[in-house]
Design a protein around this ligand. Structure first.
Ligand code: SAM
Length: 329
């Protein structure tokens, strides 16, 4: 029997952001025509008081926006970016039988149990130690299959293998991943959603270069990042001191350490990646027939900073390794 009791985890503030984006996905799953459903996610954290509160707030806010804007479906950006990543993985699967997926800053991503990628695919989740341990415990409690043990599970793995690997992605992480089984001779899809802005640009660039160095030429990168305008505005928002009452928002923006440089293609090329597609979140959601949920306080930020900085937005990029890494940094 799965364990339905839930103990509030002792997670770092950054790892807790995984709970918040997961709560937004649970809210989306309750929509009558959801972009994504996620039964395992519900089983993992659906009984957490703080997640339920965050989920209810998301539902309230999206419903209010639907009424205000007169639209049928407002969805969180986390559901849209997850759906986009899913479709890229499914497309990759159509041309590759055997490959690896590395989900960096995986948080409560449940793709190994949700997406049917087949037995030729090995998936590695990387996250900080506290999140990896928390997720493992909750997966076990939900009766998710963690390895090919020949037993029946409530949530069977839908890929060849899965491993949760506790690593700090701002440190020397590749040796640990290789020890866990990653092969540099097999194509890899690197997925980094909602991760890069928690590290400074130097660490982000080092991460990109290491991924490229461990990739076969037909590997792929799916990454998201704040656009330059959004990151710059968020930092001015804190330092200008115009919004002194909202400490929560200030703390949230203070956890952001970098945004994507303005020249996306040039920057990624300097880190070993050739951009295949770069799309803004304000465009991508249209593919899924939904309106994007507004971020809190962004109305004031937009009014104040967009005339100077341009549209505050969020990049979703797909790239492939370049054969030669040109370091322009
Ligand atoms: C906003 S959450 C996104 C989680 C997941 N990708 C998703 O979209 O649901 C960011 C995740 O990145 C992880 N993270 C941040 N910095 C990290 C680092 N230096 N090393 C490993 N994981 C990190 C956090 O622990 C957290 O789980």
């Amino acid at each position: 029997m799965p364990d339905t009791t839930y103990r509030s985890p002792r997670l770092t503030a950054v790892a807790k952001t995984a709970m918040l984006v997961a709560a937004a996905r649970l809210a989306e799953a309750k929509h009558e025509q959801p972009v994504l459903t996620d039964e395992l996610l519900e089983a993992i954290i659906g009984s957490s008081g703080e997640v339920v509160a965050a989920m209810r707030q998301c539902i309230q806010e999206t419903q209010q926006q639907e009424r205000e804007d007169g639209v049928n479906h407002v969805a969180s950006f986390t559901s849209v970016r997850m759906k986009f990543g899913d479709s890229q993985l499914v497309q990759f699967r159509a041309s590759h039988v055997s490959f690896q997926v590395v989900i960096l800053g995986a948080g409560l991503d449940t793709r190994p149990w949700r997406l049917d990628l087949g037995s030729g695919v090995s998936i590695y989740d990387i996250d900080q130690k506290d999140m990896t341990e928390f997720k493992n415990a909750r997966l076990l409690a939900a009766d998710a299959q963690l390895q090919m043990d020949g037993k029946t599970h409530r949530f069977p793995l839908r890929c060849g293998s899965w491993k949760g690997v506790p690593l700090d992605l701002t440190g020397s992480w590749l040796p640990g991943l290789l020890l866990s089984g990653l092969s540099t001779d097999v194509p890899t899809v690197w997925v980094a959603e909602g991760l890069f802005y928690y590290m400074d640009q130097e660490a982000g660039s080092a991460l990109l270069k290491t991924m490229a160095s461990a990739s076969t030429p037909d590997s792929m990168l799916i990454m998201t990042h704040l656009n330059h305008a959004l990151f710059t505005a968020s930092q001015r928002f804190i330092s200008d001191g115009d919004f002194p009452t909202d400490e929560k928002i200030k703390t949230f923006y203070s956890s952001w350490k970098s945004g994507m440089p303005e020249n996306v293609g040039g920057y990624l090329a300097s880190c070993g990646w050739r951009v295949d597609s770069q799309q803004l979140m304000s465009e991508i959601h249209k593919e899924y027939g939904v309106q994007l949920a507004r971020w809190k306080n962004t109305a004031e930020m937009r009014r104040k900073y967009e005339p100077e900085l341009g549209t505050l937005d969020y990049w979703v990029v797909v790239a492939h390794p370049m054969s030669v890494i040109v370091d322009k940094s």
